[in-house]
Design a protein around this ligand. Sequence first.
Ligand SMILES: [Mg+2]
Length: 332
Amino acid sequence: MSSKFELPKIFADFTVVSIPTRTNFRGINFREAALFQGPEGWSEFSPFLEYGPTESKTWLTAAIEGAYRPWPAAVRAEIEVNATLPRVSADQVAQLLNRFPGCKTVKIKVNDFVTDSDLIEATLDHIPDAKIRLDVNGGWTLQEALLNLHDYHLRFGKVFEYVEQPCLDLSDLKKLKAEIPIKIAVDESIRKYLNSDMGELRDCADIAIIKWAPSGGIAAAKELITQIGLPTVVSSALDTGIGISHNVALASSLTELPYACGLGTVALLVDDIVSPALIPHEGKLRRERVVPDSALLHKYRATEDRQIWWQDRVLEIWNSGLSDEVAEMGWI
Ligand SMILES: [Mg+2]
């Protein structure tokens, strides 16, 4: 079986890898990513499988920028990262947190206080001085947010650094912000309102979650951060070490970086494609260009039909205007 068209030469050494995840994350049990290289180094294209061409185009723009454009100057050589805890059972918490050595900030995915407060208890048993972030992925109504956050605050007091996307609706977030003593971070809202007035987010939130690939690359992310005007936490989309390295480059180039970044997520994969894996060391990650390890590339190489599926995915976006845009920007 082969693709109908040949992938342009700019996607040199294009290889799709499939790495199993340690726990079910966003309903997935393996992570597929397309890797390729350009004159500046390796890059990653890994929009989630259900994303259509419009959304994926932003990710491909980021990927091409990563391979063809130099990184911006660094303000710092390493960045602090947080641990990320999916909704696992409480007895798995200690084992999973050990995968994030030195991380004192823990982001926990929660549904509600009744079912998930034991995850916070287990985290505090393991790291008594942990700063906790709750991530709700927009899952609460305003009323649910008020009730849940009241209970969390009553039970755990000041351990919370912030709650991430408690509600989806901006007007709900605005009302919530006036009522609760916990800071609010926006993640999904940023992409949802990408082409509207980003300054509006300042009335609804205290912190912006920014991701390299869904922002369209480092330059676009930096522009977005300026427009939003909130303190920023750079986070991953469960990238391999290649994608993480570009996120770290973004984070390391920001003048203000007051919080730990959500970039320790390679720990949620059974392995990385880079050796040593880009997992935190003493709670930090270093800024460096990384290359895939050839043995790991071989080990996790996806099947031939998946290679072709991803090549076709790239070609569809490339041929519907991206090639012209990239040429216009002078990247290639
Ligand atoms: Mg989030």
